[in-house]
Design a protein around this ligand. Structure first.
Ligand code: HEM
Ligand code: HEM
Length: 186
């Protein structure tokens, strides 16, 4: 069975911790940036975060999505998975870039700060939505035992495909969606 490389897994899980840290230590409001050491720390964090996202993207971009799947994957399913991964990367790139933009505008006391904060907040919101979808889809796939989970997650491993009545009904429903998506992307 195919699996992601050890390096891909290492990057995925260390990056998950970095993202969680970035979200929890977030700046609460603009006044906090008067503190120069906090401002400098934010800038360094954003630069390191951005470099790591770009390194990760360049390492993963040629890796097929849903690599560990036991069964053949419909094109519509692959398209949805790839689109969600791309949106995850987009939000993870926008977060530090707009953070750095806020820092620059704040330092130079220039206009446009409100707009930069609005885009920063939108990027955070988008990351919650797409990463939430990603985790939900991974758990759903884990419950069906499709193999994708085992390819990236080292704990609570699957022991093969479940073929219960419920799974078959869910899969019938999924296939209708994939067919619609396939017509749309043709
Ligand atoms: C904690 C819960 C998480 C679980 C259970 C999980 C599970 C998975 C699984 C099973 C895959 C493999 C999918 C495939 O083969 O196509 C994967 C890939 C991926 N995950 Fe997660 N993930 C989690 C958190 C995250 C977080 C927080 C991020 C973003 C910060 C993220 C971003 C990605 C991306 C972009 C991929 C595609 C492969 C890559 O480019 O590294 N995941 N994840
Ligand atoms: C990778 C780096 C960063 C991450 C992950 C991040 C994440 C976040 C998140 C999740 C929020 C809350 C958004 C919301 O209310 O929905 C936030 C708010 C904020 N961030 Fe960042 N941020 C980063 C970098 C920066 C940088 C470099 C600056 C500027 C020095 C900055 C300045 C702000 C400010 C001022 C707010 C509060 C906006 C308000 O007044 O509501 N961030 N950030």
């Amino acid at each position: 069975m195919k699996s992601h490389t050890s390096l891909a897994k290492f990057i995925h899980w260390t990056f998950t911790l970095l993202y969680a840290y970035g979200i929890f230590k977030q700046v609460e409001d603009l006044n906090e940036l008067q503190d120069t050491s906090l401002l400098n720390f934010e800038i360094i964090f954003a630069v390191v975060f951005l470099i790591l996202v770009l390194v990760r993207y360049s390492y993963m971009k040629d890796t097929p999505a849903l690599l560990g799947a036991i069964d053949e994957i419909p094109k519509g399913h692959l398209f949805i998975a790839k689109t969600v991964h791309r949106l995850v990367y987009f939000s993870l790139i926008m977060l530090p870039i707009t953070g750095l933009l806020i820092a620059g505008l704040f330092n130079l006391k220039m206009g446009g700060l409100e707009m930069a904060i609005a885009i920063h907040e939108f990027s955070a919101f988008l990351s919650y939505v797409v990463i939430g979808l990603h985790i939900g889809a991974s758990l759903y796939s884990r419950l069906k035992g499709e193999g994708m989970w085992n390819a990236m997650v080292p704990v609570w491993q699957e022991s093969g495909k479940k073929n219960s009545k419920l799974v078959l009904r869910l899969e019938n429903f999924e296939h209708k969606i994939y067919e619609k998506v396939e017509k749309f992307i043709k």
